[in-house]
Design a protein around this ligand. Sequence first.
Ligand SMILES: Nc1ncnc2c1ncn2[C@@H]1O[C@H](COP(=O)(O)OP(=O)(O)OP(=O)(O)O)[C@@H](O)[C@H]1O
Ligand SMILES: [Mg+2]
Length: 355
Amino acid sequence: MAGADDALIQLRGVRKEYDEVTAVEDVDFTIRRGEFFSLVGPSGCGKTTTLRMISGFETPTAGTVSLDGVNMAGVPPNERDTNLVFQHLSLFPHMTVGENVAYGLKKAGVDSATREQKVEEYLELVDLEGFEGRNPNELSGGQQQRVALARALVNEPSVLLFDEPLSSLDRKLRKQMQVELRKIHEKTEGSFFYVTHDQEVAMTLSDRMAVMNDGRIEQVGTPEEIYREPASAFVADFIGDTNLFEGRARTENGTTTVEIGDGTVSFPLEKRVNDGPVTVSVRPEDFSLASNGGTLRGVVTERYFQGDQTNYIVEPDSAAVSDVRIVTQGRDTPISRGDRASFDIQRGAPVVFER
Ligand SMILES: Nc1ncnc2c1ncn2[C@@H]1O[C@H](COP(=O)(O)OP(=O)(O)OP(=O)(O)O)[C@@H](O)[C@H]1O
Ligand SMILES: [Mg+2]
């Protein structure tokens, strides 16, 4: 596992301006040696631009990108120890699988015996041993993807950069390739930098991830840290499911209470925050069915039973509170669509952002 000080790629104050647009603004993060690191955020937030500055296809307007302690300013892409796997995989159609994988080695002047041995080794790694002689058009989408992966891995770069490499695959294949990628990462012990707009993919694959919004990094951490302790309402909402409430915090006799809407929904907080307007994030699983009383009362408008959990949409009695998503774990509860129900919020669960 990578140590905290084992920095491989460092971005410091990185900014990218196009004519009218600031695509990336003041970005700082560090990718450690051996780490699977994802950059996740909505479409147009600056992910590809950031990746292209690491690979050298784009020059930062300000700030520095360094690789293994060396400032990469002025170093062209082919002289950087990185390899890129694109969103739309691009195998050479007129070359066999073996020739595709060997391409980079040949360009680097590696002799044919070594090439052959490396191609065999990396095709085996992606579970395609014996496929050397096939043509790309004789492969399924997932197999083509794995050839592209072998081709990127075969040069044994310090860092492998991925730009949404799975988005063109169907759901099932995408799931398989995720597992594949994780396994390959473990086997090669390389550093992976993975760009995606899909928070679920980022959560599943990453050791650590950076959440980007509108050109800026909002938070860097492990998937668990980001899920449990989101740094902003944007992060809370983008990573996982949550309910965001706008309310007002007030402290009396040492206890901070949040009141939502007209005040019919209110609950105490464990941490003290300043009096004033707040946004509160409560995850669907942080509610529990109340036997009587309860913080949130309303009508269950939707109910989906999923075996190990049950999902509810609750329309609160208070008109000022919008619909709430709730998940209960374990055995099903005897609540049907249209029933009235009341829920408590687990103490300490809400995450509060002062506005
Ligand atoms: N060459 C360019 N010239 C001008 N503007 C650009 C250029 N490339 C990107 N942009 C703009 O910079 C912003 C960030 O683009 P970028 O491609 O980095 O987003 P992204 O996060 O990769 O999005 P997606 O998830 O849709 O791929 C966008 O507003 C985009 O329109
Ligand atoms: Mg992109």
